[in-house]
Design a protein around this ligand. Structure first.
Ligand SMILES: NC(=O)c1ccc[n+]([C@@H]2O[C@H](COP(=O)([O-])OP(=O)(O)OC[C@H]3O[C@@H](n4cnc5c(N)ncnc54)[C@H](O)[C@@H]3O)[C@@H](O)[C@H]2O)c1
Ligand SMILES: [Zn+2]
Length: 256
């Protein structure tokens, strides 16, 4: 059976992803305990520590790397160890262990500099244009992952996730929501796709989405089913965040 390591499993995305991974043999790794993972083998430690990362990756067939500091307004001091050292350590460990597949949790903030909801649907092939320091760390992760995929037998798939929430909570989420079932479908698609490397947006089939899903459908076979529009009528304004993604109080409909 395929054994998959989930790093950062105790966090919000890991908790939302858990039901979507039923049937896989799971190992989890986080700096804190993750109570919701049932029978999964649980390791507690820092994935930026090479010895811990090597032990965590030992014998696995794939890694879903979620562990990171996920806050767009975070300082460099907060971001550096989890988002830079952690990426390098996990990807180097995957290469050294010959792990066939790594799926990275990237972010739409890597491309947030392009975001103009209602005006632009961002093409994943455009050069990275982060909207914040956090987005820049995720751009580094994509570059490092692409390098590892080019120089080793490890395939690295970068998923530029949107807002992972049970349902949208503000109008700012309308363009970038990724609902629970679609998160599970996307990660499973990335785990099974025969693709050496690539960067793919991970959002639901939102009517007002700001991110193009064509390569995710073509390369990964990702078929999202949820649409933030179902919740649009009673959401509070999402205006006021630090990133271009959240500078819009209203997200108009755009043909995609
Ligand atoms: N939440 C979202 O909507 C969203 C959107 C886009 C991308 N992402 C990305 O998804 C991933 C998970 O985000 P989240 O929202 O669940 O964050 P979170 O903070 O809720 O969870 C992250 C988990 O990683 C763990 N962690 C952090 N550094 C670690 C380290 N060095 N070693 C081991 N464990 C470590 C933390 O203890 C935490 O449990 C991150 O990479 C984030 O950037 C999240
Ligand atoms: Zn940003």
């Amino acid at each position: 059976m395929t054994t998959v390591l989930i790093t950062g499993a105790a966090g919000k995305v890991g908790t939302m992803l858990r039901p979507g991974l039923d049937g896989l043999d799971l190992r989890i790794a986080d700096t804190r305990a993750a109570p919701d993972w049932g029978d999964a083998e649980a390791l507690v430690g820092d994935v930026a520590d090479p010895a811990f990362a090597a032990a965590a990756l030992d014998g696995v067939d794939a890694v879903v790397h979620l562990a990171a500091h996920p806050v767009p307004s975070a300082s460099w001091a907060e971001l550096r160890r989890p988002n830079i050292d952690g990426i390098v350590t996990v990807l180097d460990a995957a290469r050294d262990a010959g792990v066939p597949k790594v799926v990275l949790a990237g972010s739409v903030h890597t491309m947030g500099g392009y975001v103009r909801p209602g005006e632009t649907v961002v093409d994943p092939a455009w050069p990275v244009r982060p909207c914040c320091r956090y987005g820049a760390t995720k751009a580094f992760a994509e570059a490092y992952g692409g390098m590892i995929a080019a120089v080793s037998d490890t395939s690295v798939i970068c998923l530029r996730l949107g807002a992972c929430l049970p349902r949208p909570t503000t109008t700012g989420n309308l363009a970038e929501w990724l609902g629970p079932a679609d998160l599970g479908g996307l990660v499973r698609a990335a785990l099974t796709a025969d693709v050496r490397t690539g960067a793919y947006f991970g959002v639901s089939a939102n009517t007002r989405r700001a991110f193009d899903l064509t390569n995710a459908a073509h390369d990964l076979g990702y078929v999202p089913r949820l649409d933030s529009e179902a919740y649009a009528s009673d959401l509070p304004s999402g205006r006021g965040g630090v990133c271009a993604l959240t500078h819009y109080s209203e997200v108009p409909v755009v043909d995609v």
